[in-house]
Write a protein that binds this ligand. Structure first.
Ligand SMILES: Nc1nc2c(c(=O)[nH]1)N[C@@H](CN(C=O)c1ccc(C(=O)N[C@@H](CCC(=O)O)C(=O)O)cc1)CN2
Ligand SMILES: NCC(=O)N[C@@H]1O[C@H](COP(=O)([O-])[O-])[C@@H](O)[C@H]1O
Length: 199
């Protein structure tokens, strides 16, 4: 149980982990926030090396315990986790965690929800859908996580242009730039707001 003023965050990621690396770096000199754990469902994910390189403990999870067991609640509690940040995590968060961390789980989505969200909408699939729809703009959405995919209350959105000659790669690069710029600051503002209501 975390009893101090320090807020301990668990980052959930399934892939390269560039957002996780950016968040770790951002909070590396902010004493009130600790990245206490990286939770991953993919043994080959680049985020596991990012955890090791930054001396952040990691937890490799498997389906049965996550979806039909305790959702790794004991491990999260032992790590003193107060807040969960999904940064490219590709499994649905089960009700065990949603209920235990109600309004304390957030996610970043690489499009302007409610469009281009839901099952199957992750990574390059999202950018492909935006390009196929001939959208003139895309962006990012940061939202609270509830039982459904991409359904929780929206906290923050910002946009970027989509160009006719864009590929999924060029659009992904523009979206990533928005993620790196805004995600850590939105996390920090949320934590500050929760600290104000606690004190
Ligand atoms: N309860 C919730 N869990 C998760 C949410 C959420 O809003 N509520 N957000 C996702 C992140 N996400 C979009 O932002 C997302 C990730 C993955 C999928 C998806 O379709 N996943 C596949 C499985 C993919 C795989 O195992 O490689 C699937 O469910 O079939 C949709 C949206 C994180 N969790
Ligand atoms: N629907 C969820 C989704 O698509 N999330 C996206 O996965 C990428 C993870 O990149 P990273 O592993 O390099 O941080 C990010 O672009 C994030 O928005």
């Amino acid at each position: 149980m975390n009893t101090g003023n320090n807020i301990r965050i668990a980052l959930f990621a399934s892939g390269a982990g560039t957002n996780a690396a950016n968040i770790i770096q951002y909070f590396s000199n902010k004493p009130l926030v600790t990245i206490g754990l990286i939770v991953c469902n993919n043994p080959k994910a680049g985020v596991l090396k990012i955890a090791a390189d930054n001396n952040v403990p990691s937890l490799l999870i498997e389906k049965e315990k996550f979806f039909r067991g305790d959702g790794y609640m004991p491990e999260l509690q032992n790590a003193g986790i107060d807040f969960i940040v999904l940064a490219g995590f590709l499994w649905k968060i089960p009700s065990t965690l949603i209920n235990a961390y109600r309004d304390k789980i957030i996610n970043i989505h690489p499009a302007l929800l409610p469009k281009f969200g839901g099952k199957g909408m992750y990574g390059s699939f999202v950018h492909e859908a935006v390009l196929s729809a001939k959208e003139k703009e895309s962006g990012i959405t940061i939202h609270f996580v509830d039982e459904l995919y991409d359904n929780g209350k929206i906290i923050f959105q910002t946009t970027c242009p989509v160009y006719e000659n864009d590929t999924t790669e060029t659009l992904a690069k523009r979206i990533h730039a928005l993620e790196y710029e805004h995600f850590p600051k939105v996390i920090e503002q949320l934590i500050e707001k929760k600290n104000q209501t606690r004190s």
